[in-house]
Design a binder for this molecule. Structure first.
Ligand SMILES: NC(=O)c1ccc[n+]([C@@H]2O[C@H](COP(=O)([O-])OP(=O)(O)OC[C@H]3O[C@@H](n4cnc5c(N)ncnc54)[C@H](OP(=O)(O)O)[C@@H]3O)[C@@H](O)[C@H]2O)c1
Length: 249
């Protein structure tokens, strides 16, 4: 099935912008949102020139503004004439080592990556329930499978929570009509990873996004991308004693 009308949150940079470019090249219509509107406008101009046949709608959205999420999704859906796939991608990688008095930093990470994702999920389900179908994609992380020492503790927790929500949704909608996919990316170049200490096994944005989009198009329940070397590493992460997870932090 071709999902023609695709909404992506966090589309102003990194994986979100990469997925927008890749789906545009496949002739899909796009609804793109993020806080940095000027970035979205530039992306819209670029893609409209390259692919004049597709529709592109953009909107400013801070996903932590819980009242705005349904409003913006609904406006974007109206502009495209419906939405077939929603990619919950907006996220941040910041945080602080637990116990250093920076609750605000870790709280922000969990509010953005998990609580705001829940709001996007509820909104997506409402839209898809009304239309009777749709593909919900959650961009989690390989780090949802482990705890690590240092600044990524809240990030790991947020992604473990998101993966768990996705697994519950897969159980809930096992017989349809809504399809749910949890994507667990390994390390892919983006603005987020540019700020990270961990460059281990990092792939460039094009390579990562290509694997990401191919996995999304297959619509599996759950996928680790890029598959090699991350699929076996995820199995390792799940059983590794916590003190040994440091290289992934
Ligand atoms: N790159 C990786 O290696 C990797 C690995 C695993 C998982 N992921 C996940 O992939 C997703 C995209 O990350 P990325 O690597 O592409 O990082 P990125 O380049 O920093 O992109 C993050 C995107 O999220 C948006 N965003 C952040 N906070 C937001 C908010 N409050 N409201 C709306 N949009 C917000 C940003 O847009 P604005 O700042 O314009 O709002 C930006 O478009 C994240 O969920 C991340 O956890 C990435």
């Amino acid at each position: 099935m071709t999902r023609q009308k695709i909404l992506i949150t966090g589309a102003s940079s990194g994986l979100g912008a990469g997925m927008a470019r890749s789906f545009a090249a496949k002739g899909r219509d796009l609804a793109l949102c993020a806080r940095r509107t000027e970035r979205l406008d530039e992306l819209k101009t670029e893609l409209s020139q390259q692919y004049p046949g597709i529709k592109i709608a953009v909107a400013t959205l801070d996903v932590r503004d819980h009242e705005q999420v349904p409003k913006v999704f609904s406006e974007l859906s109206d502009q495209l004439g419906g939405i077939d796939r929603i990619i919950v991608n907006a996220g941040i990688g910041s945080g602080a080592r637990l116990g250093t008095g920076k609750l605000w930093a870790n709280k922000k990470t969990i509010e953005t990556n998990l609580v705001a994702a829940l709001v996007q999920i509820e909104t997506a389900l409402e839209i898809f329930t009304k239309t009777g179908s749709g593909h919900l994609v959650l961009i989690s992380s390989v780090l949802g499978n482990a705890g690590v020492p240092g600044v990524k503790a809240a990030y790991c927790a947020s992604k473990a929570g998101l993966t768990s929500l996705g697994e519950s949704l897969r159980a809930e909608y096992a017989r349809g009509p809504i399809k749910v996919t949890v994507i667990e990316p390994g390390y892919i170049e983006s603005e987020m990873t540019a700020k990270s200490n961990s460059t281990m096994l990092m792939v460039d944005n094009d390579t990562g996004v290509k694997a990401l989009v191919a996995a999304i198009e297959r619509e599996p329940g759950r996928a680790v991308v890029p598959r090699w070397p991350w699929a076996p590493l995820v199995q390792l992460l799940r059983v590794l004693p916590p003190p040994l997870t440091k290289p992934f932090a």
